[in-house]
Design a protein around this ligand. Structure first.
Ligand SMILES: NC(=O)c1ccc[n+]([C@@H]2O[C@H](COP(=O)([O-])OP(=O)(O)OC[C@H]3O[C@@H](n4cnc5c(N)ncnc54)[C@H](O)[C@@H]3O)[C@@H](O)[C@H]2O)c1
Length: 203
């Protein structure tokens, strides 16, 4: 998809992989909204790139919250003219054994990771898809692109990563599932879903 003047929503865009995407997108002339819980670094990155002439804005958002992500989608529509691309980068990890010296894995930490990584990704997909449905299709009939971030942990044995691996495995399944793709295609939405599977970089 041609990125110039397209609206892009990047969850977790304040740091790491998300921030790198934001910088590249800004260079390519896209208009970007960073949706992240961390206002301090998110606002700073957006202000830095605006200072260089880019259209980058910050929306404080929790991906696991319907209300807060709806507001981020709305900000992207208002500031960028629509949501043409969604990049899901927001993610957290805990390292905890299923049965450690201190006892069994905390249920709360397992649920927290699933809530942010898996449910947060789905929350962003569904709300962005609804916004993409309003876009004028390109000549190729495309209204939007959605990129999810999984992890090698979805497939590889890693000690203490039951919650993280489960969340990333869920993202792989959700992205690949024929149901998700055919739903979008059958609705005539013209949206592409893709997942990236990174190995390791400092989180
Ligand atoms: N670092 C690695 O080695 C590695 C490997 C494979 C996959 N990944 C995945 O890549 C993605 C980015 O990782 P990173 O290393 O850049 O992490 P990071 O910690 O640098 O960035 C993640 C961002 O997500 C934000 N965030 C966390 N919870 C949020 C929430 N509820 N709502 C909104 N924003 C939230 C954080 O504030 C942070 O800015 C994650 O999904 C991660 O699981 C990372």
């Amino acid at each position: 998809m041609e990125l110039k003047n397209r609206g892009v929503l990047v969850t977790g865009g304040a740091s790491g992989l998300g921030a790198a995407c934001v910088r590249l997108l800004a260079q390519a002339g896209a208009k970007v909204v960073i949706a992240d819980l961390n206002s301090e670094i998110g606002e700073t990155l957006a202000a830095e790139l605006r200072g260089e002439g880019a259209g980058v804005f910050f929306a404080c958002a929790n991906v696991a919250s319907e209300e807060s992500l709806k507001a981020a989608v709305q900000t992207t529509i208002e500031k960028c003219g629509g949501v043409h691309v969604l990049i899901n980068c927001a993610g957290i990890a805990v390292i905890e054994k299923v049965l450690g010296k201190a006892g069994p894995h905390s249920l709360e930490s397992f649920q927290r990771v699933i809530n942010v990584n898996l449910i947060g990704t789905f929350n962003a997909i569904r709300l962005a898809a609804a916004a993409m449905a309003e876009n004028k299709p390109t000549e190729e009939g495309e209204r939007g692109v959605i990129i999810n971030t999984a992890s090698i942990a979805a497939f590889d044995e890693q000690i203490g990563q039951a919650a993280y691996s489960a969340s990333k495995g869920g993202i792989v399944g959700m992205t690949l599932t024929t149901a998700a793709l055919s739903y979008l295609i059958n609705r005539g939405l013209g949206a592409r879903l893709k997942s990236q599977i990174p190995f390791f970089f400092p989180m």
